[in-house]
Design a binder for this molecule. Structure first.
Ligand code: AMP
Ligand code: GLY
Length: 426
């Protein structure tokens, strides 16, 4: 089969690397891709947010048998629906199900209606009413722009002044554009043992009937060591989550995963694809922090390398509604991804810096913002490379990844030194 993966980042390169192992894959394509995807796939220079352009390309390439839509924005736009209408088989939810990520107001209402554990919240479209509510609740408090905001639309406000300013930014100054027309105001969750709270990402394959959770992972969202500084797209991940247990898995499956998939069915919004549960362990049990309608980035970089089953077999089973028939197996052990970013990220950063790569041992370099300029590998984005290593334990994998990092450099390169050190005491 010839498979097209839509997206540009590390997640897409990781998906392509996993698909490349499939015996049934003949040719891979990536729209638009990066310098890493170009090594294993044909990069297609089409803007995937331009649905007409994507349809034109796909129409002109009948040899493409299957399409994976990986990022949130084209899913929210309904790209899967459009491609299915052309008779193409796809991996990714339809537009009416992708809303579980695209609208936080939708997902909070869903959780309220179906008793799925999450932070208490209220939804406002009126600034004055929102302000009155914030003042009544006090700090700490969490403000979330309703729509997609490149992962930046969440403000954790430690004091009332911050909260009032944040509300103004979102609702009046429209710092996140139309995503801030509606705001979700919610209780700040506290972790059971750690501050800020302990979080785990649990991704699951689902065809709307069967749910198969993947191995767990933990992200590092802040830019600096010790979870300091601004939120980013994710500075590194490791798998598995140290505090995960069979009991938690059972609790999350019964109280969160199954009720969510059932709720989406009951709403006439059957979700097929990868459903991502961002969870926090609190003194009142596991709670949903967010849903994503897609693979996480950089979670995917530490999950898919551990997959033993053919990824294309799983994708097709999801599409065809026969996931129950597939046995999904994982390697034992651990995996760590250290993200190497451009200096200045997540704010302004330079592009086009030449990347020097020496011996990285058996670490795998997953490309995110890379490009080729004058035959040389250069930086082309905020998050540039993910250095991925496996080991028997997180500690072993972490050592290998950081050893490889020592032999990679470019002007301004920055990264966290503490990926994989969280939640050591269970
Ligand atoms: P999101 O964009 O929804 O992933 O939120 C970004 C991050 O904000 C999460 O990963 C959490 O660390 C944090 N966060 C979101 N909601 C809450 C909450 N209600 N309480 C505490 N932290 C939160
Ligand atoms: N790593 C978090 C996300 O993909 O949203």
């Amino acid at each position: 089969m010839n498979v097209l993966v839509i997206g540009n980042g590390g997640r897409e390169h990781a998906i392509l690397l996993a698909l490349k192992k499939s015996k049934r894959v003949e040719k891979l394509y990536c729209m638009k891709g990066n310098a890493g995807t170009a090594q294993i796939a044909e990069n297609v220079n089409v803007d995937y947010m331009n649905i007409a352009a994507v349809k034109k390309y796909v129409g002109e390439h009948p040899e493409i048998d299957y399409i994976v839509v990986a990022p949130d924005d084209p899913l929210a736009l309904g790209l899967v629906d459009e491609l299915e209408a052309m008779g193409k088989r796809c991996f990714g939810p339809n537009k009416n199900a992708a809303i579980i990520e695209a609208s936080k107001a939708f997902s909070k209402n869903l959780m309220k209606k179906y008793n799925i554990p999450t932070a208490e919240s209220e939804i406002f479209s009126d600034y004055e009413k929102a302000l009155t509510y914030v003042r009544a609740k006090g700090a700490p408090i969490v403000l979330k722009a309703d729509g997609l905001a490149l992962g930046k639309g969440v403000l954790i406000c430690e004091d009332l002044k911050q909260a009032e300013e944040g509300l103004k930014e979102i609702m009046l100054d429209k710092a996140f554009g139309a995503a801030g027309n509606v705001v979700v105001i919610e209780e700040c969750l506290k972790g059971l043992k750690y501050t800020p709270g302990e979080e785990v990402s649990v991704l699951a394959f689902t065809d709307g009937k069967t749910i198969v959770p993947m191995i767990t992972s933990c992200d590092h969202k802040r830019v600096y060591d010790g979870d300091k500084g601004l939120n980013t797209g994710g500075m590194g991940t490791f798998s598995p989550c140290p505090f995960w247990t069979d009991e938690l898995e059972k609790e999350v499956y019964e109280k969160i995963m199954l009720p969510t998939v059932n709720a989406m069915n009951a709403e006439g919004r059957t979700f097929k694809g990868c459903l991502y549960f961002g969870l926090m362990r609190t003194d009142k049990g596991m709670k949903v922090v967010e849903y994503n309608s897609r693979f996480g980035d950089p979670e995917t970089q530490v999950i898919l390398p551990m997959l033993k089953t053919d990824l294309l077999d799983i994708f097709e089973a999801v599409t065809d509604g026969r996931l129950a028939d597939v046995k999904i197996e994982w390697e034992d052990g651990a995996c760590v991804c250290v993200v190497l970013a451009s200096g200045g990220y997540p704010l302004g950063y330079a592009k086009g810096k030449q990347i020097n790569i020496g011996d990285v041992g058996d670490a795998v370099l997953v490309h995110a913002g890379t490009a080729i300029k004058d035959g040389k590998l250069v930086t082309g984005g905020g998050r540039v490379l993910g250095v991925v290593a496996k080991g028997e334990t997180v500690e072993q994998a972490r050592k290998k990844a950081y050893k490889a990092v020592e032999n990679i450099s470019w002007e301004g390169m920055q990264y966290r030194k503490d990926i994989g050190l969280k939640y050591r005491q269970g």
